[in-house]
Design a protein around this ligand. Structure first.
Ligand code: HEC
Length: 125
């Protein structure tokens, strides 16, 4: 593509509406999950997934095979499979081996209920 075609394509992509999804069934789980996501002393997700588009647009190596651009998480639940190689069939799988472990947000110390809260938040984005 020419630079003009590339810019026009990106503009079109950015203008696409987000996929509609049902409102969360457990709003308090979403609120707890959002707090964990933002807590730099715990999961620390917002270090990279920050701002309106939930990405700082930086490159980062999160233990999945090299430095990659931090993806936006807006509407993330709508486009399984997850991770650059599609290794996570579900959002929960992103927290298993293929998601990069504690190099990708510190989640090994989370209680199962806290992981459920984080998933509720991701599903609501
Ligand atoms: C150091 C920066 C960094 C931190 C901290 C971080 N991420 Fe990521 N995240 C990335 C990068 C880079 C990728 C792309 C990795 C890949 O695809 O292999 C990614 C991918 C993802 C994806 C998959 C997106 C998709 O479209 O497939 C999800 C979901 C995600 N991160 C959630 C989280 C959560 C939840 C946390 C906190 C527990 C977190 N991330 C912490 C950088 C980060």
């Amino acid at each position: 593509m020419t630079p003009e075609e590339s810019a026009a394509t990106l503009h079109w992509l950015d203008a696409q509406p987000r996929v509609a999804h049902a409102p969360p069934t457990d709003l308090s789980a979403v609120v707890r999950g959002r707090a964990l996501f933002a807590d730099s002393a715990r999961a620390g997700c917002a270090t990279c997934h920050a701002g309106a588009h939930l990405t700082n647009n930086q490159m980062a190596d999160v233990g999945t095979g090299g430095a990659l651009q931090v993806p936006s998480l807006v509407g993330v639940a709508a486009h399984a499979p997850f991770m650059h190689d599609g290794c996570a069939a579900t959002l929960r799988d992103r927290f298993a081996a293929c998601g990069g472990g504690d190099a990708h947000g510190v989640t090994s110390g989370l209680a199962p209920t806290e992981l459920d809260d984080l998933l509720a938040y991701l599903e609501a984005l």
